[in-house]
Design a protein around this ligand. Structure first.
Ligand SMILES: *[C@@H]1O[C@H](CO)[C@@H](O)[C@H](O)[C@H]1NC(C)=O
Ligand SMILES: *[C@@H]1O[C@H](CO)[C@@H](O)[C@H](O)[C@H]1NC(C)=O
Ligand SMILES: *[C@@H]1O[C@H](CO)[C@@H](O)[C@H](O)[C@H]1NC(C)=O
Ligand SMILES: *[C@@H]1O[C@H](CO)[C@@H](O)[C@H](O)[C@H]1NC(C)=O
Ligand SMILES: *[C@@H]1O[C@H](CO)[C@@H](O)[C@H](O)[C@H]1NC(C)=O
Ligand SMILES: *[C@@H]1O[C@H](CO)[C@@H](O)[C@H](O)[C@H]1NC(C)=O
Ligand SMILES: *[C@@H]1O[C@H](CO)[C@@H](O)[C@H](O)[C@H]1NC(C)=O
Ligand SMILES: *[C@@H]1O[C@H](CO)[C@@H](O)[C@H](O)[C@H]1NC(C)=O
Ligand SMILES: *[C@@H]1O[C@H](CO)[C@@H](O)[C@H](O)[C@H]1NC(C)=O
Ligand SMILES: *[C@@H]1O[C@H](CO)[C@@H](O)[C@H](O)[C@H]1NC(C)=O
Ligand SMILES: *[C@@H]1O[C@H](CO)[C@@H](O)[C@H](O)[C@H]1NC(C)=O
Ligand SMILES: *[C@@H]1O[C@H](CO)[C@@H](O)[C@H](O)[C@H]1NC(C)=O
Length: 710
């Protein structure tokens, strides 16, 4: 049985109905049900449960477009290199870089060890578990040959219904995912079934080494590199897929007389056909790394999907903009509702989501620890804690030991969190990967929002070890500069905008502000527990270098040449907007009367927002940049500018709500969805000192259930 974690979260969600929702959520959600009459060339429609998702084309299956079937557990390694001295991951030695007068080892590709360096970047990859589609008797059927194609995704129940006709006969397909296991339920109804002219095929792609694999994942012509084995039971079959050391089972059950055969010569394709006279077939298909897994019935899958999604939509926060007669409001509502669906399917996983969720592979399917804030923080403000808790804080606990090792090997205290990560916690080698630092204080932000919602000892205890190790690293990473008498961050380092010279990058504005915020929360945490506060934490917090300023606006980093004049410096992520957008202004949270560092100069904050709006190369921005800018505008009181950023032409969401990658990354790019929901939470629920709604004048909006923000 693999029901436990999902079942618990369903119950927890149901318990979260503190008061019955006032807004007619069902009507609003359903008004944005995606409808298609042709497959998209870039995105599927998906059913899924956060840890598993099945992406379909216009037939409701993967008939013509092999969109992916993906999970949190399905990963594959290619074999290790055989190059002498590079045959094991332990052979990798990285590179030593000068860091404040000493050599520090960084997890960077070593040119003398290209093979093992590349292997560590490229492995493991996330596996597309199978392709399941309709099998026509005529092998050359194409999507264009189907008539009356119609498809709708019912967001309220998690069902995709698809219909079309072929040679005059209609075909109806319902597609569901189980909330309690990695199972899809499929119902097909058509007289073509009864002539044995229609079946269901199962095929198995093999992984490739591609950083980005979109829209499809894997290839079907490497058939000799992997094996599949069919085993038969009564009204069921299981296909075992072995790819090197990875293996898993696809178990199929059906409810009528039918037979499965295959593989077709030279392929890994199997075909299930019902016996003559059967016009309806229900199939349940479970994916599992285990030999024995429980396969729910299609009826159970439907019942659970309906219950889970109703609980999901009914709990936590909601925004109703339906009374506002403005295409801008309608579009924001559409993006919000569809992002709520898609983050539940793709991001609510037991390890953090990859940027492309369970749709396709970005960065080989690995996840980035600096991105978790955009993927997941919104769940706190929208009061969807059970979904957040699938990965946070467990992910930090799981990776704590390896992060302590990382810090120790570099001569620092505490835990240095990694970057581009796989489920074992290994961070992929990379110059940027090893020198980025803004992922470090994220734990403090998650912890503080959780404490706002659950101010109890369990919360304090759950996070204490994580925050302590994080703050220890942050304090020891800051370098006391004897000549300026302040603590410096870097060099070498990369700021959130990954386009500077790491050896010249010192005291980036956003990272300094985030360090102060993170250490401040860690100190507050100790005070709440009546525990002693390490003196170093307060010393660093109160004596960090001042935020760098150029032309009366915050600069990317201290001493950056031609900050506002050079076209190449006003590119990439404008993270200075996060100082006042994502982060609350420095306050005297700890109550110790010292102001917790220098206050922000609001003239400079405003100048920064204006200069970014006027000078930044927004064409080089993508995803979360726009919500981040919107959050800054909101806190500055410029609601219209916030809406303009959220509806910027380069921040697109397609017809089914998938965040379009844009100039720099493939589609979908889910940090954009999570960041949008975070910005909408600020609009709907405000922040410290400014609670309540912040929508444009004249908009008639109702909101409920938002938790306070910082
Ligand atoms: C298919 O859908 C598109 C977009 O919704 C619409 O413009 C088009 O008319 C539809 N085509 C058919 C044949 O229904
Ligand atoms: C891939 O190889 C690494 C290094 O040996 C190992 O830690 C990891 O568990 C492997 N993953 C898979 C999915 O085989
Ligand atoms: C940064 O310094 C290291 C040595 O500490 C050197 O190997 C590297 O090439 C330098 N990078 C740049 C961009 O100057
Ligand atoms: C389709 O193929 C099946 C299996 O080969 C066969 O039994 C059936 O008669 C075929 N149907 C048509 C309409 O050709
Ligand atoms: C398999 O297909 C890919 C792309 O479709 C192609 O690049 C590759 O050469 C093919 N490999 C073989 C062994 O046919
Ligand atoms: C399949 O295996 C062969 C032999 O090991 C190898 O040369 C080839 O690159 C592999 N193909 C893929 C797609 O990995
Ligand atoms: C909504 O706005 C449009 C144009 O802004 C206007 O033509 C229309 O009458 C308005 N509808 C209602 C119900 O106010
Ligand atoms: C304490 O907080 C935790 C979350 O950290 C929550 O699950 C639990 O229900 C809370 N306990 C009480 C008694 O409120
Ligand atoms: C001290 O700070 C100054 C100004 O930022 C910088 O130029 C210098 O390199 C720093 N000293 C050390 C030892 O890092
Ligand atoms: C800390 O001390 C205060 C005041 O003595 C007390 O009210 C509070 O319960 C203590 N908190 C913890 C976590 O022990
Ligand atoms: C804030 O910044 C402005 C513009 O740089 C400057 O004129 C002013 O003196 C600063 N205020 C404080 C209190 O430092
Ligand atoms: C919609 O938003 C755009 C971009 O912010 C703005 O230019 C336009 O005036 C807005 N339209 C309405 C009707 O508010």
């Amino acid at each position: 049985m693999i029901l436990s974690i999902y079942t618990i979260s369903l119950l927890a969600l149901s318990n979260a109905y503190a008061t019955a929702p006032e807004i007619n959520r069902k009507r609003i959600v359903r008004s944005f049900n995606p409808r298609r009459n042709a497959s998209s060339g870039t995105t599927p429609l998906q059913v899924g449960n956060g840890n598993f998702a099945f992406g379909v084309d216009v037939t409701g299956l993967q008939t013509f477009s092999p969109f992916a079937t993906m999970s949190t557990w399905g990963w594959h390694n290619f074999s290790l290199p055989t190059t002498v001295g590079q045959t094991s991951v332990d052979d990798f030695i990285g590179l030593d870089w000068w860091t404040h007068g000493r050599l520090v080892n960084y997890n960077q590709p070593n040119p003398a060890q290209g093979d093992i360096s590349n292997w560590l970047i490229q492995n493991p990859q996330r596996v597309n578990l199978a392709t399941i589609g309709l099998s026509f008797n005529d092998t050359d059927v194409t999507e264009e040959m189907l008539d009356n194609k119609n498809q709708i995704l019912d967001l309220w129940t998690g069902m995709i219904s698809s219909s079309f006709s072929y040679l005059g006969a209609s075909v109806d397909v319902e597609t569901w995912a189980d909330s309690g296991s990695d199972t899809i339920g499929i119902s097909i109804e058509s007289e073509l079934l009864s002539f044995s002219s229609l079946g269901v095929f199962f095929d198995f792609p093999f992984p490739t080494i591609n950083k980005f694999e979109a829209p499809f994942v894997g290839v079907f012509n490497a058939t000799k590199n992997h094996t599949t084995t069919l085993q038969y039971g009564k009204n069921m079959a299981s296909i075992r897929h072995d790819l090197d050391a990875t293996s898993y089972i696809v178990a199929v059950t059906w409810d009528c007389a039918a037979e499965i055969s295959g593989p077709i010569e030279g392929t890994h394709r199997y075909v299930l056909r019902s016996s003559k006279g059967t016009s309806k077939i229900n199939l349940a298909i479970t994916f599992s790394p285990d030999q024995e897994s429980y396969i729910p019935s299609v009826d159970d899958i439907k019942t659970r999907s309906i219950a889970w999604w109703e609980a999901y939509w009914g709990s936590g926060a909601f925004i109703d903009m339906s009374k506002t007669n403005s295409s801008n409001a309608t579009e924001l509502q559409r993006r919000t509702v569809l992002s709520q669906y898609l983050t539940a399917v793709n991001s609510a996983s037991s390890c953090p989501p990859q940027e492309s969720g369970l749709v396709n592979n970005g960065w080989y399917g690995k996840f980035h620890l600096e991105m978790v804030i955009w993927h997941l923080l919104h769940f706190s403000r929208w009061d969807k804690f059970p979904l957040l808790w699938r990965s946070i804080p467990n992910m930090y606990s799981q990776f704590l030991d390896s992060s302590i090792d990382r810090a120790r090997l570099q001569g620092y205290d505490g835990a240095r969190w990694g970057k581009m990560t796989d489920p074992t916690g290994r961070s992929a080698p990379g110059e940027i990967n090893s020198l980025l630092i803004w992922q470090q204080p994220h734990a403090m932000y998650f912890a503080e929002l959780e404490y706002r919602a659950f101010p109890n000892e369990t919360t304090l205890t759950n996070w204490d070890g994580i925050l302590t190790s994080t703050a220890d690293f942050m304090a020891s990473y800051a370098f006391f500069n004897q000549s300026t008498k302040v603590y410096d961050l870097g060099p070498p380092m990369y700021p959130a905008s990954e386009n500077t010279n790491p050896n010249a990058t010192i005291n980036p504005a956003f990272e300094l502000a985030y360090w102060r915020f993170g250490l401040d929360i860690a100190i507050t945490w100790k005070e709440r527990q009546n525990a002693s506060v390490p003196a170093k934490w307060a010393d660093v917090r109160d004596n960090l270098a001042p935020l760098p300023i150029a032309d009366d606006a915050y600069a990317v980093y201290e001493g950056i040449p031609d900050m506002w004049e050079d076209q190449t410096t006003v590119q990439d992520h404008p993270a200075m907007s996060a100082i006042f957008g994502l982060l609350p202004p420095p306050s005297n949270r700890s109550g110790d009367g010292d102001g917790d560092g220098e206050p922000l100069n609001m003239t400079v904050v405003r100048n920064t927002a204006d200069k970014i709006r006027d000078l930044w190369d927004l064409g080089d921005c993508w995803g979360w940049d726009f919500p981040m800018l919107a959050m800054n505008s909101l806190r500055l009181g410029d609601v219209d500018q916030a809406v303009a950023y959220l509806l910027h032409p380069l921040f697109e969401f397609d017809d089914a709500g998938y965040p379009v990658g844009g100039s720099r990354v493939p589609t979908p790019y889910f940090p954009g969805s999570g960041a949008l929901l975070l910005a909408m939470a600020m609009m709907a629920g405000g922040w410290d000192g400014e609670p309540g709604m912040h929508f444009p004048e004249g908009w008639d909006v109702a909101v409920e259930g938002f938790l306070p923000g910082l």
